[in-house]
Design a protein. Sequence first.
Length: 197
Amino acid sequence: MDHAGYEKLSAQQCRDLPEECTHAAHCIIYAHNDDKLWGKFPLRAAVMMQVRFDGLLGFPGGLVDKGESWEQGLNRELQEEIALDLERFRVEEADHVGGYLRRKPRLRCYHCYVKQVSLQEFLSIETAAYGAPDYGSEVLGVMRVPLHTLEDGKGGLPAFLQNRFVGAARDQLLFALQTTGIMSGDDITSALCWDSS
Ligand code: GTP
Ligand code: MN
Ligand code: MN
Ligand code: MN
Ligand code: MN
Ligand code: MN
């Protein structure tokens, strides 16, 4: 259990949750990116996050409604929030990487999906997002996470991680960076420098 009261669940543990549990599902869309900032700092990957209506940073996705599967709810939210072309980029069961469980005020699991696309596809998803039904209201910005660290050891990902994130989004980001191989555990630990100071 982490500081915010979330228990990390494997994909299998998610499938064993009781009937009364409610569900939310969010997706980490990313593409590997070999470009460098100023020809110097590897960008590593494009990872999509959003600025939300509440001022917090999170991933696109949302609450799964009654009668929807997790993937149905997620794909609906992705269409609403980023106008994702579901013919090309529908999120599948196989993209589910696990969940974050909260017991209070009620039992709810926040499922995490990870979807890799090419950099060119990422750009087309990003561009389409500004035309989404919820853009400008529920979603106030579409952005890429800075994954580099500047020479001062703080600019880039360490500074970005000092923002306010919704729910377990920050943990999901760090988890995904590691499981996708975008960053090593050591790289992530050093980007957390401000947390321990
Ligand atoms: P409406 O369409 O306005 O109903 O919102 P939504 O369905 O899009 O729900 P939202 O995306 O806000 O997600 C529901 C809840 O999940 C939020 O209140 C947060 O607590 C949590 N949440 C939001 N974004 C994330 C995220 O990226 N990761 C995780 N783990 N939780 C999130
Ligand atoms: Mn410039
Ligand atoms: Mn929504
Ligand atoms: Mn949402
Ligand atoms: Mn919703
Ligand atoms: Mn909505």
